[in-house]
Design a protein around this ligand. Structure first.
Ligand code: SF4
Ligand code: SF4
Length: 656
């Protein structure tokens, strides 16, 4: 499926109504919201801006859609590295594209949306965060530093693309998004007009993290940074590749010391990528260049590591990109070595195998932001962020430090007047060399696969473990409350121009919750399949709902449903189309199949029926699809304010 966002109006309705009735947002429960800690102040400087925490989602599956960015915010992220955009915005990416069984591999490397659609998602996310602040959903009053959030753009991948008119216009649009913000607020319906005059900063971003192709020559990287600073006056971070460490060191750490002997490196990638000394010299020159424009440069450690694809999950690709625990050791070693060789301060940000256990050490190395991705693909998804900041708070309280700067200095044994950059280096010297010996990063500790049971996933009923809901980066999986059900279905025989009851099968729902999928939020990445304990993928086997007719029609012949109106539902099963509509006043249900047009009372008793095609005398109409659609419709109506219902049907106030 292609990703398609929903309108700002539906997103606002979804966030506010779900929070009101369920104390959750996109199924992320309030009890795991980051609401700040009175004992500590996590605020950091990123270039020349303040962010309320140093935490961020890394550019990737968690920063692709508006709802992803909101979910990251709920967990406490305040520096959002948006997913990398590029001139080639109509990529065909193989599916599945993520394999996070233990360490993580992926083959998805760039924003899948068109440039305009990425822009729209980021603008909507920016507005949504301001509305969350305006509504004070978390408790802290609006205007409080608690809400200070930075959007860091990520662009790729070569000078030609980045200097193209389309990408230039895209970046300019994010730097001054005033018109785009106003247009979206103006388009809100009258009932949301109180948001129309919200004072929302028009500058969505003033910094870029640059991602380049593996093999991009150092001089081209340098030219891109210069171009970005000259043309857009932005601060720039260069995302480094772990190949910077050199083949021998990467192999020694990864294969020998950490024990990932089965991971095969690609020696050519090391030859073609920027070399360590080139990177150091380039950064020195760029720092001077940026100073002329009163801008800052820095380095991000690191990109994923290109390795030979084992082809068990991604059959068509020769290479895959490694992240997770082993990358953490490689990247932080590369960072520390780079910082020492550079010998002067530049901004350093980080992304590689960050989780609740190492986030404190990463912060102690004075890196901003510390971003995470692989860990959020695991059980619990975005809610795992909660423990990151709790652990950071606990460590700061234990060290009797209120601010992060004080914490970093104190753990380095320095005083308040000492240089923070030096403190980061000292902490790095203490932390980094030991990581390679820490068993938690070794293959032995990272080879377990998610548990499986001997059961085939089907349309209804499963073990109802709920794992597929939070592991989806896009909030595409959800559950419906159907209650358990058992009844005999009634089929109908066509006899002398009328329909008479005939025996049907027995219908059983053993579980009170049924799982389903929001089709346009699902890009078939495969992550819910990885973690579902049953055989089969939730996003394939479970009922699929489209939020637009367009998406539904375009996805033929996939099974699925959409709501033409809040009380009617069109569905396709095995390439046949059905329609079901509730007439609330008459307490009737109309159901159309390709063969018949039936009207039932609300108990499911047939009131009248007419053929829609020529029926043979004695033909039996199988009504199983009627019961399926009725159960789905009724369960959606049971939770009209929950996010999937609002996204699919709009809010009930609109339904009238
Ligand atoms: S529903 Fe599953 S396959 Fe689809 S985006 Fe979410 S995790 Fe990926
Ligand atoms: S579909 Fe799979 S992961 Fe989702 S609730 Fe059912 S068994 Fe669990």
């Amino acid at each position: 499926m292609e990703l398609v966002g929903v309108s700002l109006e539906r997103l606002i309705d979804s966030v506010l109504t779900e929070f009101d009735v369920a104390q959750s947002i996109f199924a992320y429960p309030k009890r795991r919201f980051f609401t700040g800690y009175s004992e500590v102040d996590f605020s950091v400087d990123f270039h020349d801006q303040k962010a309320a925490t140093p935490l961020g989602p890394a550019s990737g599956p968690h920063t692709q859609m508006a709802q992803n960015i909101v979910l990251s915010f709920l967990g406490g992220c305040r520096i959002m590295e948006l997913k990398t955009i590029q001139i080639l915005d109509q990529l065909e990416i193989g599916r599945p594209c993520i394999d996070a069984r233990n360490v993580c591999y992926n083959i998805e490397w760039s924003q899948e949306l068109r440039l305009d659609d990425s822009f729209d998602e980021y603008v909507k996310a920016w507005i949504l965060l301001k509305i969350i602040e305006e509504e004070e959903l978390f408790g802290p009053p609006k205007g409080s530093p608690f809400y200070d959030t930075i959007f860091d753009l990520s662009v790729g991948y070569d000078l030609k693309g980045i200097s193209s008119p389309q990408v230039k216009a895209w970046i300019a649009g994010m730097i001054d998004a005033g018109a785009a913000i106003r247009a979206r607020l103006e388009a809100l319906p009258a009932r949301l007009q109180h948001y129309k005059n919200l004072d929302i900063p028009s500058e969505i971003s003033r910094s870029i993290t640059l991602s380049t192709f593996h093999g991009c020559p150092a001089d081209e990287i340098e030219k891109i940074v210069e171009h970005l600073i000259e043309e857009h006056r932005v601060h720039v971070i260069v995302k480094m590749n772990p190949t910077l460490l050199g083949y021998d060191d990467v192999s020694r750490i990864l294969n020998d010391k950490l024990g990932y002997q089965h991971i095969r490196l690609d020696p050519a990638a090391f030859d073609h990528d920027m070399q360590f000394d080139e990177a150091v010299e380039m950064m020195k020159r760029l720092k001077k260049f940026a100073q002329k424009y009163d801008r800052k440069v820095g380095a991000k450690f690191t990109n994923t590591l290109v390795v030979k694809n084992q082809k068990d999950v991604f059959p068509d690709d020769d290479v895959a990109y490694l992240s997770g625990a082993p990358l953490h050791v490689l990247s932080i070693n590369a960072m520390h070595r780079f910082r020492k060789a550079l010998g002067e301060e530049v901004a350093i940000s980080f992304s590689a195998g960050i989780d609740q256990h190492n986030v404190v050490d990463a912060v102690l190395c004075n890196m901003v932001p510390v971003t995470t991705c692989t860990d959020l693909l695991k059980k619990g998804g975005y809610t795992r962020l909660f423990m990151y900041l709790k652990r950071l708070k606990d460590a700061m309280v234990a060290a009797e430090c209120r601010t992060l700067d004080a914490f970093i200095r104190k753990r380095a044994g320095l005083t308040a007047s000492d240089d923070l950059y030096r403190a980061g280096l000292i902490n790095g010297e203490r932390i980094v060399p030991h990581l390679v010996h820490n068993p938690r990063y070794h293959h032995e500790a990272n080879k377990k696969e998610p548990p499986r049971i001997d059961s085939q996933l089907v349309f209804f009923d499963c073990v109802s473990c709920n794992i597929c809901v939070p592991v989806c980066p896009n909030a595409a999986n959800f559950f419906l409350v159907t209650g358990t059900q058992q009844f005999g279905m009634t089929n109908y025989r066509y006899q002398q121009n009328t329909f008479v009851p005939a025996d049907g099968k027995f219908f059983v729902l053993e579980k009170k919750n049924q799982y389903a999928n929001l089709a346009e939020f699902c890009n078939d990445c495969g992550n819910c399949d990885t973690f579902c304990p049953e055989d089969g993928a939730p996003f394939i086997e479970k009922p699929r709902f489209f939020h637009s007719e367009e998406g539904y029609r375009a996805s033929f012949p996939l099974d699925g449903f959409f709501f033409p109106t809040p009380f009617s539902m069109t569905g396709r099963l095995d390439e046949k189309e059905y329609y079901l509509a509730l007439h609330q006043e008459r307490k009737e249900i109309r159901w159309q199949s390709p063969e018949v047009d039936f009207v039932f009372d609300d108990d499911g008793t047939l009131l009248r029926g007419t053929p829609r095609t020529e029926l043979a005398e004695g033909a039996v109409i199988d009504t199983e699809v009627f019961y399926i659609m009725k159960i789905l419709m009724e369960s959606i109506l049971k939770l009209p304010d929950d996010f999937p219902a609002v996204l699919m049907r709009g809010i009930m106030a609109e339904a009238g």
